[in-house]
Design a protein. Structure first.
Length: 323
């Protein structure tokens, strides 16, 4: 379908921007694709570009609709693998696996068939069939030593599948092979290798890190100044504390002597108690002596009284008449 020249130029500019931004800024690429789609929705190239832009931002339903429309317009099966991957993205791995067995796969070129094999392996893993995913990726293309545009991605997918089933040594070997074939940097095989080896990379060209480094000298100088002031303050505080301690010790010295002055008093009181007891004993003795004297006097008085009574008894009674 032909477009007016001005319109065709506008559509072309938008498609160029989609291709330019698709990898690094997919959101902006998606916006340009929507503009091109409004301008020329009946152009297969526009529908295909809109499909890839939607696929890049995770809008798999929109992407599948655009890919189907482009396939109807062209009759080609080149988009069959990415259509199957959209089914995976929509949470329907069984449909993606079914598409891998359709006759359309036989119409794909070698690169398309390799792509379809990787999608099928991903569907197997989505369904919990990790071992089957490893077997699915084993193919002549994987064993080939020739480097093709799809070689790095195929080896990477196989290494990832091996790692998923716990075959770490083999996974490391295939990640290394993927890195060897990845001349365009389409995979992160180097990062995966470093992760397996326990190596951590630091981005030396990180703008935020550079900004932090630029601020470090100022912060360190302020910290050093504060540290230089801290000892002075601490020394003054220590001296004041020592003076206070000496004053407190001077005030507390009499208090420490008081128990010694109290103890003799307690001893004197304890000693005084026996003296009181001794003083009390003579008094008791004197009382006892007095009692003994009284008893002796009584005893002496008793015979006298008896003698007197006897004398009186021997006397003649006075006669009243005589008186």
């Amino acid at each position: 379908m032909s477009l007016p020249k001005t319109l065709a130029e506008d559509v072309a500019r938008n498609l160029v921007m989609v291709a330019k931004l698709l990898d690094d800024e997919p959101e902006q690429a998606y916006q340009y694709a929507r503009v091109a789609l409004r301008l020329a929705s009946r152009v297969a190239a526009v529908r295909e570009a809109a499909g890839f832009a939607s696929y890049a931002v995770g809008k798999y339903s929109e992407a599948l609709a655009e890919f189907r429309a482009a396939r109807r317009m062209t009759g080609n099966s080149d988009l069959w693998p990415v259509m199957a991957d959209c089914e995976r993205g929509m949470g329907r791995p069984e449909r993606a696996l079914a598409m891998a067995g359709e006759p359309e796969v036989q119409k794909l070129d070698r690169a398309g068939q390799v792509e379809m094999r990787m999608v099928a392996a991903g569907a197997r893993r989505d369904m919990g069939q990790a071992d089957a995913a490893v077997v699915t990726l084993q193919s002549p293309e994987l064993a080939s030593h020739s480097i093709q545009p799809w070689t790095a991605r195929l080896r990477y997918a196989y290494a990832d599948a091996l790692l998923a089933v716990g075959r770490e040594d083999e996974a490391r070997e295939w990640f290394a092979k993927a890195l060897e074939a990845d001349q365009g940097g389409t995979t992160d095989a180097s990062d995966r290798l470093a992760e397996l080896d326990g190596v951590e990379f630091v981005d030396a060209l990180d703008p935020e890190q550079e900004a932090d480094d630029a601020l470090k000298p100022v912060e360190e100088s302020t910290v050093e100044e504060s540290k230089a002031d801290e000892p002075k303050v601490e020394e003054a505080e220590v001296e004041e504390a020592e003076v206070e301690i000496e004053e407190v010790e001077a005030d507390e010295e009499p208090e420490t002597v008081e128990p010694e002055t109290v103890e003799p008093e307690a001893v004197e009181s304890e000693i005084a108690e026996p003296e009181d007891a001794e003083d009390a004993e003579p008094e008791l003795v004197e009382d006892e002596v007095r009692d003994d004297d009284a008893e002796d006097a009584a005893e002496d008085a008793a015979p006298t009284a008896e003698a007197r009574s006897e004398d009186r008894a021997g006397l003649p009674e006075k006669d009243g008449d005589e008186s």
